[in-house]
Ligand binder design. Structure first.
Ligand code: ASP
Length: 328
């Protein structure tokens, strides 16, 4: 056998083995429970999306998808943890826009959100709501604007740390009003909302996934939703723009990631389970009740999520750099 022929044969054997092993891997996987890491505290909006998704995917994967909360540093601790986890298909991350804002917010970020992960697909898009404690003196968004401007040194605003969407929304709000208020960081907006309910903080901007039940129960004051149009889950709620805070838009999207190098058949199988969940009527209805919408099919795929993240890193990076005050 000449050298070329021998090389060709060796390459053919290797690729057959690789094909065989990836088919075998896809069949055997998952052989044990899968961990889905949430970057914020239990009971908050990201946690609610994660737990609903995990329960739905557990059915189609035939193995438990177990939610693990790893809080801190606005979600960057969890993302760094998953980046370094074994790429064996048993650790995934669910995160929101914080994946796209972190590179502009943190000078020493331990990971590149686009290239240091495998991308599974987007999950759900969720509006935010600007809330006040129940006994806030301001009744409407217009009142709130006047009240905050007149009392900026007395007001405090809760968030889930630098990199959290509550921080982003709160900062955009302060910028729009030209004020600086005291911000109080929590490990997630689950605990931040509890502090708002208890009257320990004045304001919080948070996803509807967490806030709709409290708004409906009347235990918080709702000032506006952060979408351009009113939303079905809260049809009477004015948009921030209607309330006088013009061109204000924050929509929170969520994506699922795995450590770089996680085998392609695993990403495919988990991605298929994710896309199946996004067609599950119970999942769709639960998300809709909480103001969430299923993202377009293109963003539900690995390539679609990667492309979307690239555009979001660019969009928020520009906004954050223009605002200057965000960098840490
Ligand atoms: N809504 C939070 C944020 O501000 C995170 C959370 O607790 O899910 O990013």
């Amino acid at each position: 056998m000449n050298l070329n022929r021998r090389l060709f044969t060796a390459a053919a054997v290797a690729s057959t083995l690789a094909l065989g092993s990836s088919a075998a891997l896809a069949q055997a996987y998952p052989a044990k429970p899968i961990s889905l890491v949430v970057p914020f505290a239990a009971g908050g909006p990201t946690d609610i999306v994660a737990r609903t998704l995990a329960a739905t995917m557990t059915k189609s994967l035939g193995q438990s998808v177990v939610v693990e909360n790893k809080t801190g540093a606005g979600g960057t601790i969890a993302a760094g943890f998953v980046m370094k986890a074994p790429a064996d298909g048993y650790t995934f991350l669910i995160h929101h826009n914080g994946m796209a804002t972190a590179p502009a917010l943190y000078r020493k970020l331990a990971y590149n959100p686009v290239t240091d992960f495998e991308h599974v697909g987007n999950v759900v898009d969720v509006p935010m709501t600007m809330l006040g404690r129940k006994d806030m003196p301001a009744a409407t968004m217009a009142d709130l604007v006047n009240y905050v401007k007149a009392n900026a040194d007395k007001i405090n605003l809760a968030n889930a740390g630098l990199g959290a969407v509550s921080h982003l929304c709160g900062t955009l709000f302060q910028q729009a009003l030209g004020v600086n208020v005291t911000t109080i960081p929590f490990q997630g907006t689950g605990p931040a909302l509890n502090a708002l309910l208890g009257g320990q903080v004045d304001l919080l901007c948070d996803q509807t996934t967490n806030t709709v039940p409290h708004i409906k129960a009347g235990t918080v004051k709702l000032y506006g939703v952060t979408t351009k149009q009113r939303i079905k889950a809260l049809p009477d709620a004015p948009t921030m723009s209607e309330g006088g805070v013009k061109d204000f838009e924050v929509i929170v999207w969520h994506g699922v990631y795995a450590p770089k190098g996680t085998p392609a058949p695993v990403i495919q199988k988990v991605g298929d389970a994710l896309r199946e969940a996004l067609k599950d009527p119970a999942f769709i209805q639960r998300m809709a009740e909480l103001g969430g919408e299923i993202p377009p099919a293109a963003r539900q795929t690995s390539d679609g999520q990667r492309a979307w993240l690239v555009s979001e890193v660019d969009k928020w990076g520009k906004a954050i750099r223009a605002a200057g005050q965000f960098a840490d």
